[in-house]
Ligand binder design. Structure first.
Ligand code: SF4
Length: 369
């Protein structure tokens, strides 16, 4: 959209925003929108890099070894951007057995990790007892396992099918072994957009309420954003503003992870946004989310090369090895990076790789040169 400002006035405004960032002043939502809409991608990269260096002056880029396990693909949320789910009673629907999940965890330990990202569809048959039993069994078999599990929409779904309130549900999941919460299912935290994307998914307020309650109970979580579908630039900035407000209140988010909508095999269809658009969005997020320490690359959607390039746009974390990934790959995007490849990409980009855990505590140097 063309600005109503003259080119000179626009340049003056953009320069004033850059000065605020340089002076460590918080920028307003309308300023983030101006940056997103008008600033050159190289200038955005420079600003985001400045903020990254301020927060991580030692030039370390972290990564994690974990495995993504989808315990069920049965779902009645009807997200039009999702190629992964199957409706209840569909012949390809599944709920993984505990034994099969345990086998995947064993393989994760063999690869050097003790953390899993456990997520699934909104399966109407799975009430809270299922999760309590599953988490309990997994913790019994693997006492030092870190369970990063159940995004906010899944937790809202568990509340509904179990007829429980939110604080009680989180308390019970936590008592059963839940260690932290993935920020999935945020998409864009604007209800007009959410209604267009998913008929049965939780509202923006509900997503934020889950995170606020989880943080209040001492669980950390990530925050995500999936963009490049039906949202406007204003919607993207509103999304960031809602995350920043909650982070001001709780400080419970460990990281921001943004990725672009993947088109293939989805009911929604359309076109994917460009790599430049991905980088612009990441950079503006890094600058606007001044109370987030970590911004993560999404090489799973963007590919290893863009993942490495994003390190110049405010990113300080390469995400995880994703020993298994089923959701993005169902939408036609398949990228692989093992620990060696992640470490090489970080070093090639001029940074020092360090492994971390889910709380972003640094663990050790990589085992290989
Ligand atoms: S994105 Fe998640 S909630 Fe939506 S349809 Fe797919 S599995 Fe279900």
């Amino acid at each position: 959209m063309k600005s109503t400002m003259s080119d000179d006035a626009l340049r003056t405004n953009l320069d004033a925003i850059a000065t605020k960032v340089t002076d460590e002043e918080r920028i307003w939502a309308y300023e983030a929108l101006l940056l997103l809409r008008h600033e050159r991608v190289t200038a955005l990269g420079a600003l985001a890099d400045l903020v990254r260096r301020r927060k991580h002056p030692d030039g370390v880029v972290t990564y994690n070894i974990d495995r993504n396990i989808n315990y069920t693909n049965v779902c009645n949320a009807f997200c039009s951007f999702c190629a992964f789910y199957r409706l209840p009673k569909h012949e390809e629907g599944y709920v993984q057995s505990v034994e099969s999940i345990e086998q995947k965890i064993r393989e994760t330990y063999e690869a050097g990790g003790n953390q899993i990202l456990l997520q699934g569809g909104h399966n109407p048959k799975l009430e809270i007892g299922y999760y309590e039993e599953l988490f309990g069994r997994l913790k019994q078999s693997f006492p030092d396992l870190w369970l990063h599990a159940l995004s906010p929409p899944e937790i809202v779904h568990v509340c509904k099918v179990s007829r429980l309130d939110l604080p009680g549900t989180i308390r019970r999941l936590r008592a059963a072994g839940l260690d932290s919460i993935p920020g999935g299912g945020a998409e864009i935290l604007v209800d007009r957009v959410r209604k267009q994307l998913a008929k049965n998914k939780c509202s923006a307020d509900e997503w934020l309420a889950v995170m606020e309650e989880a943080h209040r109970q001492g669980l950390r979580s990530t925050a995500t954003m999936m963009f490049g579908h039906v949202e406007t630039l204003e919607d993207r900035v509103e999304h960031l503003a809602r995350l920043r407000d909650l982070q001001d209140r709780t400080g419970g988010f460990t990281a921001f992870i943004g990725w672009t909508y993947q088109v293939e095999n989805t009911a929604l269809g359309g076109e994917e946004v460009t790599s430049a658009e991905y980088l612009r969005m990441l950079a503006v997020a890094r600058v606007f989310l001044d109370n987030f320490d970590n911004v993560q690359a999404s090489w799973v959607t963007q590919g290893p090369k863009m993942g490495a390039a994003s390190l110049a746009f405010g990113v300080n974390d390469m995400g995880s090895t994703m020993l298994e990934e089923n959701v993005v790959s169902a939408a036609g995007t398949v990228h692989d990076m093992d620990e060696r490849a992640i470490v090489a990409a970080i070093r090639d980009a001029g940074f020092t790789p360090k492994r971390r855990d889910m709380t972003y505590t640094r663990l050790r140097e990589p085992a290989f040169a």
